[in-house]
Design a protein around this ligand. Structure first.
Ligand code: TRP
Length: 436
């Protein structure tokens, strides 16, 4: 990477970061974990985690990327060294690169399912089909490795060809096109759900608050998801931040990204749950919610085939603009070591692809990768980044690099980053380990 490569504008950065943030996490994972952990109370804790931990850590990540102007490993080690501390901070970036590949392994499999359902919607295979057949069709996909392998491979290939094109021409140009399409599709679906779904049942489900379901595991999952959905804790946003043009304030940019991500997760919920309830289905279905319950809903509604296609295309696009950010940090790191972008991109995607093959054949691998990355690696990575910026770097450097001035805004962020966020992460960990 050369220091003079940047995004076309601050807006392209926002689109790329929002593209990274908005993904299967928002549309596939958030609705079903909300269903599993009891709706409103879970949403509340999740929002608190976004506000008190996610946003401050995201500001820190972008700041490190922009100040270091390099891949996560080099940015952290050179800033660490410059602050008179150890260059070993680079290890946090390295673990992040690994976490990104581990996420990509199961992520690309689910994205493959979404592609498969685009094809199924287009061909009308679940249109007006009986419920049992739709249920069977998803379990058949899950037990048919070759069908999964096919779509998983296609998804990996598309991801790699975008990343291989580089930051400005590959990633930047794609998100400039993909993100507006994504927003458009989502609004279309929201409208469809408004007119055809049971909107008030959907709202009740998402916002009625029953604290009795809020176990310590639910709190850990809410925090893990806050990291996952904002793409934090593994250097993805840091790698994107390295190409941040100019010195614009990071705070405002981050608020925009986090707000878009959160609104899209909630809107995705509001586009899905009303359809589920209008068809007398229940959302507590686990990961199959999107691939079973929704096709059932679409199958017997007017315009269901068209909107079903739009829905799964939306999911695929969201997954694609996220998966590129899972590979980019490693590619940036190898590029710094003079490996050609094409080789590193296809090499790293190949490794993730292989992991995906393992996920397809062994469900336990899939679940383990999901659990370890989201609930352990990302929060730990976030903790390290908060400690790095809040405690290893000097306050003056941070003040200057983050560009939020020296007023209240900076002071609040600085306090949250130094105390609230790390203590919050540690408490949630201890609590979930049943130590407190
Ligand atoms: N944020 C994405 C989602 O919600 C997933 C993702 C992309 C991610 N890049 C990441 C998660 C980096 C953690 C770290 O689907």
């Amino acid at each position: 990477m050369t220091a003079n490569v940047t995004w076309k504008s601050r807006w392209t950065f926002i689109l790329a970061a929002t593209g990274s943030a908005v993904g299967l996490g928002n549309i596939w994972k958030f609705p079903y974990i909300t269903g599993e952990y009891g709706g409103g109370a879970f949403v509340l804790i999740y929002l608190a985690c976004i506000l008190l931990i996610g946003i401050p850590v995201m500001i820190a990540e972008i700041m490190v990327g922009r100040a270091g102007r390099s891949d996560p490993v080099d940015s952290m080690s050179s800033l660490g060294q410059a602050a008179g501390k150890t260059a070993n901070w680079g290890a946090v970036g390295a673990i992040g690169i690994l976490a990104g590949l581990m996420i990509m392994m199961f992520y690309s499999v689910v994205a493959g399912w979404a592609l498969d359902y685009v094809a199924q919607s287009l061909s009308g295979s679940y249109h007006q089909a009986p419920v049992e057949q739709i249920e069977k069709s998803f379990s058949e996909l899950l037990s048919s490795p070759y069908e999964q392998l096919f779509w998983h491979s296609i998804f990996c290939l598309i991801t790699a060809s975008i990343v291989a094109g580089g930051v400005t021409n590959g990633i930047g140009k794609s998100v400039d096109i993909l993100m507006p399409v994504l927003f458009g599709f989502l609004l279309l679906l929201l409208g469809y759900s408004w007119f055809n779904g049971d909107f008030s049942a959907g709202l009740h489900f998402m916002f009625d608050t029953d604290f009795s379901k809020l176990t310590s595991e639910a709190v850990l999952v809410a925090m893990g998801h806050a990291f996952f959905t904002l793409s934090l804790g593994m250097g993805a946003i840091m790698a994107y931040g390295a190409y941040f043009p100019g010195k614009a304030s990071i705070g405002k940019t981050v608020l925009t990204i986090a707000a878009l991500d959160t609104v899209i997760a909630l809107v995705a919920g509001m586009a899905m749950f009303p359809l589920v309830f209008a068809n007398d289905l229940t959302p507590g279905q686990g990961p199959g919610l999107m691939f079973v319950t929704l096709p059932i809903a679409f199958s017997n509604m007017g315009g269901g085939q068209f909107f079903g296609t739009i829905f799964f295309a939306l999911v695929s696009i969201a997954a694609l603009s996220s998966s590129i950010s899972l590979i980019e940090p490693g590619v940036a790191w190898l590029e710094k070591r003079d490996v050609k972008r094409v080789f590193s991109t296809f090499g790293l995607t190949g490794i993730a692809w292989l992991g995906g093959v393992a996920c397809i054949f062994y469900g336990e691998v899939f679940n383990a990768l999901d659990y370890i990355t989201a609930n352990i690696m990302l929060p730990l990575g976030g903790l390290m980044i908060a400690l790095f910026v809040g405690r290893a770097l000097s306050k003056n450097t941070v003040e200057e690099e983050v560009g939020m001035g020296t007023g209240m805004l900076f002071k609040c962020w600085w306090f949250v980053l130094r105390y609230l966020a790390p203590i919050g992460i540690i408490l949630i960990f201890l609590n979930s380990l049943k130590l407190i």
